[in-house]
Design a protein around this ligand. Sequence first.
Ligand SMILES: Cc1ncc(C[n+]2csc(CCOP(=O)(O)OP(=O)(O)O)c2C)c(N)n1
Ligand SMILES: [Mg+2]
Length: 552
Amino acid sequence: MNGIDFIAEILKREGVEWISCFPSNPIISTAARVGIRPIAFRHERGAVMAADGYSRISDRQRFGVVAVQSQAGAENSLGGVAQAFADNIPVLILLGGNRLDQISVRPNFSAVMRYQGWAKSVEAIYQPEQVGDVMRRAFHALRNGPPGPVVVELTADVCAREVPEQFRTYHSPKLVRQRPETDAIQEAVRLLKAAKQPMIWAGAGVLFSGASSALKELAELTAMPVFCTMPGKSAIDERHPLALGAGSGTTTLAAHRWLVESDVLLALGTSLTRSPYAQPIRHGKTIIHNSINPDDINKNEAAEVALIGDTKLTIEALIDEIKSQTGGKGIGDRKKSQEHVAKLKSEWMAEWQSVLDSDDEPLSYYRVISELNRSLDRENSIVTHDAGAPRDTMLPFYEATTPHSYIGWGKTTHLGFGIPLMIGAKMAEPKKFCLNVMGDGAFGMSGLDLETAVRSGAAITTVLLNNSDMATYSGPTRGTIGEEARQQYGVSKMHGDYAKIAEGMGAVGIRVTKASEIGPALREAQRLNAEGKTVLIDVNANVEERRSRFKS
Ligand SMILES: Cc1ncc(C[n+]2csc(CCOP(=O)(O)OP(=O)(O)O)c2C)c(N)n1
Ligand SMILES: [Mg+2]
């Protein structure tokens, strides 16, 4: 048994059922031999992004695994690795490697040298006796502590060598969860009881730790409304009377007002990273900060109390403490909070309803989003945006219901993520309807992976908002961004018959030019996906300018 055989055996023992890949890498065939299905993507970046999608909705129970070749494959993967790193997603990336004697010779690619700073851990295998140890460390890092991509470089000649019998043992690392200190929990509850207008800021850690129902219980027990970050979207049912909605740069009026007015912020499962894709935290807030990663605490925001540990265990400890201090009654005035939230929601809708109902042609993005809300079986769907106007418009207005029914991604915001992400999500949840909304610019980055969806049977639906332009850069309210290049040379303009392109790859292409056609097209797509057919809906869309964005 050589190193590659042993790694395939370890993957099998860890329950890996499929790997995303782009040839060549010896692990692809060896994994196939032990019954792990390889799915080849059209670009390495897509392979990493699909593995990322699989991990994102698997709550650290299962992990996306990627195999690509040395040099070009390793180099091409970097965009996907960077995205997983920025969003803290645990994926295992098995890079083909050079021969050991060439690993540090220019211009050979060395993952250990080049991927440092882009991954949670990076290791190369320097001798066959190490394989079991390297893989144990890799799965420990995937399962435990702050999540992130884990890279293992399969040094070519070393991994082809025999692993001596006495080194062929593998110890599968277990999940270990941490609970914050009791003193810190008590201090947090003291601050919440003394607060005038406290609220919850919920991040992806709520989803990853399976804490959605605990979050709901905590919100109800404390009368605290819940705002979800972009990666945390779907942590709470957005129809709940205490749900404020989600936000990136755009958000809802209710979220905005509470984020301005609240005095105490209970931040759960979040890094509180300052970003153009996060709502700002105003000065003067008292912050109670829970994260699995101690390095998040006091990073961008000063924490009054640090609750380091698993988010579900943290919420449960807070609930227990509040109940024991209040005889089970809880704190705050739930009716008052709910009325406040409801009033803001109707004020916001009064402004936006006509935009959401618009019959305009070309179609408004918002009409498409309100049709998604109406036509999807949202409890059994997984939906995602793409970078640009689709993200800005969907984050506040698509209403997420069950955990992971929406994937809010993108701190480094890689255009075109939506298609491979949904293929990965479909691999994890084959019974769910998986849909991504993207622009025509985004399609250029990953559109050929529709063929991957067709070929692999991971039937997904892409809604392509086709405005022959990049709304984020070209509309009048974008000011002078790229003005000369746009006017003189048409930079940001592009054209395509994407339904036809999809058909050319074996998918079903549907064209939508009227607002009345989008609902039926979405219903048809759900039917076709259930039959195993991948669908692209090419929507003749406007250059959407309107955003639910707030200044102060
Ligand atoms: C890899 C990458 N390059 C550049 C960007 C910057 N960017 C964000 S949105 C956007 C334009 C997107 O155009 P399109 O997909 O057509 O969406 P629209 O805004 O028109 O809806 C660009 C270039 C990015 N997010 N990712
Ligand atoms: Mg566009």
